[in-house]
Design a protein around this ligand. Structure first.
Ligand code: ADP
Length: 161
């Protein structure tokens, strides 16, 4: 049984993340979405909010579950008995950083393999950071995130549309 983890901040979950979740859930037996609780990083949504937003959007995919972790990914993977890391590659700019992390994780635990999925062309420009930047100025984010999240994101910036 191949259990994989798709780790990230998901602050907030975007249509690019959802595309990755749908595609990767088809190539592994079980997919755990690992939401990073990074207390040093100021997140727009709390950990609980991020987890429940992902749960809302993935409840119809039977082999996907959502968890959260703090600290080293490889330690969390041991805890949940996962051996595959799924990451997305959008552009060459992602590559160098992702390569370093993948190699480090493999050194930390040689049983761990990282699998990269190339981004869907449609979402290759999309990141949570861009969504936050647009939303903070009242820009249209309806093409970037699930429609049910649009107002929740604006509300974080005290914007009502
Ligand atoms: P992190 O802070 O770990 O980069 P993110 O939530 O920004 O967390 O991203 C989680 C994962 O999703 C990363 O592997 C990232 O490359 C991937 N990802 C983010 N946006 C997209 C997208 N538009 N298309 C494909 N993969 C994406």
């Amino acid at each position: 049984m191949k259990r994989a983890i798709y780790p990230g901040s998901f602050d907030p979950l975007t249509l690019g993340h959802i595309d990755m979740i749908e595609r990767s859930s088809k190539i592994v037996d079980e997919l755990v979405i690992g939401v990073l609780h990074n207390s040093a990083k100021n997140s727009l949504f709390s950990l609980d909010e991020r987890v429940s937003m992902i749960e809302e959007m993935t409840k119809s995919i039977p082999n996907v579950t959502v968890g959260s972790f703090d600290g080293l990914l490889v330690d969390y993977m041991k805890e949940i008995d996962a051996t595959i890391i799924i990451r997305g590659l959008r552009a060459v700019t992602d590559f160098e950083y992702e390569l370093q992390i993948a190699q480090t994780n493999h050194v930390e635990n040689p049983d761990v393999e990282t699998v990269f999925l190339t981004t869907n062309l449609q979402y290759s420009y999309l990141s949570s950071t861009i969504v936050k930047e647009f939303a903070s100025y009242g820009g249209d984010i309806s093409k970037f995130v699930p429609s049910r999240f649009v107002d929740r994101i604006y509300a974080k910036y005290n914007i009502s549309k």
